[in-house]
Design a protein around this ligand. Structure first.
Ligand code: SF4
Length: 407
């Protein structure tokens, strides 16, 4: 661990910490950085780090995956998708392929791609065969899909779009009676595209501290420190601890392309239900490239799968931060990366997969309430705390300057 990360840890430990403080992250990259750096073990025990709805593959609805599998099984179709979508299972009878990988084993032409441009290249090479690009992702993935279409996609490329926006899931949690967290670490990549100010509603409407973070332990620890200070000073605002990359207004070109090619719509989230204005669909001008318009019968068939989850699968509660991965009774037993039951064990951004890859069998040391009574009495007000601005000067880290991200 770097000297800077150690300094942030010391600052956090020196705070008069509440007995319990729950910080949710909504980015698979954050969860991976937290787990691989072992930050849960290093933080004081009353601080809980909760993985939230940060994995687009995990929330991709069953009906969309089923539709992709059925399209792949058509003899004339080439199906391309990002690699981690290939192993996402759907709950179907054993004799039927339950993932794109199984469809490929059954003879379907399924190919992984690393980018929308690669999908377009496959379509050009295979013309006039129809190539269906199953594109699931958040804003950061949708922007390059929009750019590829705007630049002029081959006529035989059809996009099966499963785009989702990140903030509506957080808004849904905050508007529920039990949000389940006391502060939010907002996603760095999404903020880079959409602008950090998209997360202003968290402190302003709900009074919850929030900070945008990057993907290093230093940036994450700075964000944890910021939200703790905001809480202790009863002064919630949106801090930006990733200011060198996530700038006010985000990426104007990416946002323009998104608005030009896609429109916001109500959308289902796997195991969660339909969230208003949480999805992206192609605008009418791009209907010629819409797989749902080109193959309407498959959409109807896919809809019949809606809401079906594998028995015992707790992915929806993991995605919403209601439980930790190891609280699913299938974690590491029936469900492992080799034999995944739910999408959270498939995707590189899924919390279950990240925990398993990080060697986390259980989170004994970070169990809620594990902070001892003796520790809980730690020195309220015993040390005069420096101001956020003073900390920023001392650390030279971006953010933590006591100003709102959009100022
Ligand atoms: S362990 Fe498997 S079934 Fe359980 S929540 Fe995680 S991915 Fe889903």
């Amino acid at each position: 661990m770097s000297a800077e990360a150690r300094r942030w840890l010391e600052r956090i430990r020196a705070l008069p910490l509440p007995e319990r403080f729950r910080i949710m992250n909504v980015c698979g990259g954050h969860e991976r950085a937290i787990t691989m750096a072992g930050l849960r073990r290093l933080l004081p025990p009353g601080i809980e780090l909760i993985p939230g709805p940060g994995c687009p593959v995990c929330v991709c609805p069953e009906e969309d995956v089923h539709q992709a599998v059925q399209l792949a099984l058509r003899e004339d179709v080439v199906l391309v998708a990002f690699g981690d979508m290939l192993r996402v299972p759907v709950n179907v009878p054993r004799r039927v392929p339950r993932s794109l990988e199984q469809a490929r084993a059954a003879g379907a032409d399924v190919r992984p791609v690393a980018s929308p441009m690669e999908a377009a290249a496959v379509a050009r090479a295979e013309a006039p065969r129809p190539v269906v690009f199953f594109a699931a992702g958040f804003e950061t993935t949708m922007a390059p899909v929009a750019a590829m279409l705007a630049e002029g996609a081959p006529e035989n490329l059809f996009v099966l779009l499963s785009g989702r926006l990140t903030w509506p899931a957080v808004a849904m949690l905050l508007e529920s009676e039990t949000p389940g967290f006391d502060a939010l670490v907002a996603p760095g990549h999404v903020s880079t595209v959409m602008g950090p100010e998209e997360w202003r509603f968290v402190p302003e409407r709900h009074g919850i501290p929030a900070a945008v973070a990057g993907f290093t332990p230093e940036s994450l620890l700075a964000a944890f420190y910021s939200v703790l200070r905001q809480h202790l000073e009863a002064r919630p605002f949106l801090d930006n601890c990733y200011a060198e990359v996530a700038r006010p207004g985000g990426n104007p070109s990416a946002r323009r392309l998104l608005a030009e090619v896609m429109e916001v719509c109500d959308a289902p989230w796997r195991g969660i239900g339909t969230l208003p204005r949480s999805g992206l669909r192609l605008r009418m001008a791009w209907r010629a490239h819409d797989a749902r318009a080109r193959f309407p019968a498959y959409e109807e068939e896919g809809r019949r799968r809606a809401g079906r989850m594998p028995p015992g699968c707790d992915c929806a509660r993991v995605v919403l931060g209601r439980i930790y991965p190891d609280q699913c009774r299938l974690y590491g037993r029936a469900c492992t990366p080799r034999r995944p039951i739910g999408p959270c064990m498939v995707s590189d951004e899924g919390a279950c997969r990240i925990w398993w890859a990080g060697g986390v069998a259980s989170r004994r040391s970070t169990r809620p309430g594990s902070r001892s009574a003796r520790d809980a009495k730690t020195v309220p007000g015993a040390r005069r705390r420096p101001t956020l601005a003073a900390d920023a000067r001392a650390s030279r880290l971006p953010g933590l300057d006591g100003t709102k991200a959009d100022e």
